[in-house]
Design a binder for this molecule. Structure first.
Ligand code: GUN
Ligand code: FE
Length: 458
């Protein structure tokens, strides 16, 4: 079905409108208007269901999921360094400081070349689509032009994107070949990005937004942090940064300001409704309360935390505190652009947080944090509805009023069969198999805002 035409999708769908609760929509008819917004989900028990299906079929606007296929909401990946895609899976044996200085900054500096940037960014958007991500929060490089180009590519390809130019102006912390020329130029470039991206919004059904993006406190001067906080207030703009990620960063901020990241960021006006704070591994209960009160969201990045986080983020506790939270792959601190892997790692890491990990000390002294485990359905919520709530966008599940973002999962691929043997076949078993065992081959089509953006059967 083409974008701009209303129609309907018939099939079986899984989603999780409420944290931790899976809903199974068997043989559902999802009606979508010409703007790509869901208007109704009809079920076989509804009196007019048969008539509706027949009507769409007759009009030629019915898309039926093939036998063996089911639908999941498009994923929401809320922390991706677009300019680190070429080094995904590399150099992860380095600590963060050296990884940045020796590998990442040299790579990111190459995005001064717009042709290179276009090639990498066009590929990354396609790769993320191929793994089911329909909404993505990006950190670009420190270059304005390449970051504007990234936003344009997302607009053209149909990916819903929030895009920021990474700000890193401190000459003490960043190499001369790769940093903002000054605090003033960094703020001016960010303001230009806001105008450029807002200028793309009129012709972008799926949505595109600018994001104010100080890399993290250690790479920024006080002057730039204050300037960016002022911009955020003036333009009522999204903010993203790294916050409370690992021991080195945590200690550096504490030594500089005599307070932890969240309070320092708050002083600069960077903790706002729907600000996105990557990691949050060191967040205390008091800081969780602060985030909840201000509407600040955490981007949980379980694939990268084992490398740079020095810890496991307290996901369950933050959720119980009511903190908004979604998942990020954190390419390339996370090694893969596949949010399914983040779902799996989120569950596994939470189990290790609960038990502690050193078996050579007695269980009671192992450092486990009771009641820390999350379920795979809770992790699925983080990857979908949680991400949507973090961003304040109507995405992440199949309800009227939500954007129609869909991944069509084929459970019967020859080399990736997710059907089991008919022994355990309750809906929750089917969903768990998809979340744990699927690979990109199982995802056949992806729709964003009702537009077919990836078709592996074409
Ligand atoms: N902190 C500052 N920059 C980065 C980055 O690029 N990746 C991660 N994971 N943490 C950071
Ligand atoms: Fe990151």
């Amino acid at each position: 079905m083409a974008q701009g035409v209303s129609g309907a999708y018939l099939g079986t769908f899984f989603h999780t409108p409420v944290y931790g609760q899976m809903e199974y929509l068997k043989d559902a008819l999802i009606e979508v208007d010409k703007d790509g917004v869901i208007t109704r989900v009809a079920l076989p028990a509804d009196a007019d269901y048969a008539q509706l299906v027949a009507g769409y079929r007759q009009a030629g606007t019915l898309t039926e999921l093939p036998a063996g296929c089911v639908g999941l909401p498009g994923f929401v990946d809320i922390h991706v360094h677009s300019c680190q895609w070429p080094q995904s899976a590399l150099a992860l044996d380095e600590p963060l400081y050296l990884w940045l200085q020796e590998k990442t900054f040299p790579l990111e500096s190459k995005f001064a070349d717009l042709d290179f940037a276009r090639t990498v960014y066009a590929d990354l958007v396609d790769q993320l689509f191929a793994r089911g991500a329909t909404t993505v929060v990006y950190l670009g490089s420190a270059h304005l032009e390449a970051t504007v180009e990234l936003a344009r590519i997302c607009v053209d390809k149909g990916q819903r994107a929030l895009v920021g130019k990474t700000v890193m102006d401190d000459p003490e912390a960043n190499p001369s070949y790769y940093r903002d020329a000054s605090a003033a130029s960094a703020v001016a470039d960010t303001e230009t990005l806001i105008h450029e991206v807002e200028g793309m919004q009129h012709d972008c059904p799926q949505g595109v937004w600018p994001v104010i993006t100080p890399r993290f406190i250690p790479s920024c001067t006080d002057e730039v942090l204050k300037g960016l906080g002022d911009l955020a207030a003036r333009y009522d703009c999204y903010v993203q940064t790294h916050c409370n990620e690992g021991q080195w960063e945590h200690d550096t901020v504490l030594a500089r300001f005599g307070k932890e990241d969240p309070y320092a960021l708050q002083d600069f006006g960077l903790l706002r409704d729907h600000s996105i704070m990557a990691h949050g591994c060191f967040l205390t209960p008091e800081e969780g309360e602060l985030f909840e009160r201000l509407g600040v969201a955490v981007a949980h990045c379980p694939m990268s935390n084992p490398y740079f986080g020095s810890s496991v983020a307290p996901v369950r506790r933050l959720r119980e505190q009511g903190v908004r939270m979604g998942l990020g792959t954190d390419i390339s601190g996370g090694y893969s652009p596949n949010l399914y892997e983040s779902i799996r790692q989120a569950v596994m890491s939470s189990r290790q947080l609960e038990t502690g990990v050193n078996a050579l000390v007695p269980e009671a002294e192992r450092g486990g944090v009771p009641d820390s485990r999350i379920s795979v359905v809770q992790a699925f919520w983080l990857a979908t509805k949680g991400g949507g709530e973090a961003l304040g966008l109507p995405v992440g599940d199949f309800e009227p009023g939500m954007a129609f973002d869909l991944q069509v999962i084929d459970t019967k691929r020859r080399w990736s069969d997710l059907t089991g043997f008919g022994v355990f076949d309750e809906p929750q078993d089917q969903l768990a198999r998809i979340l744990y065992l699927s690979n990109p081959e199982n995802i056949r089509q992806v729709y964003a805002q009702g537009r077919l953006v990836c078709n592996k059967d074409a």
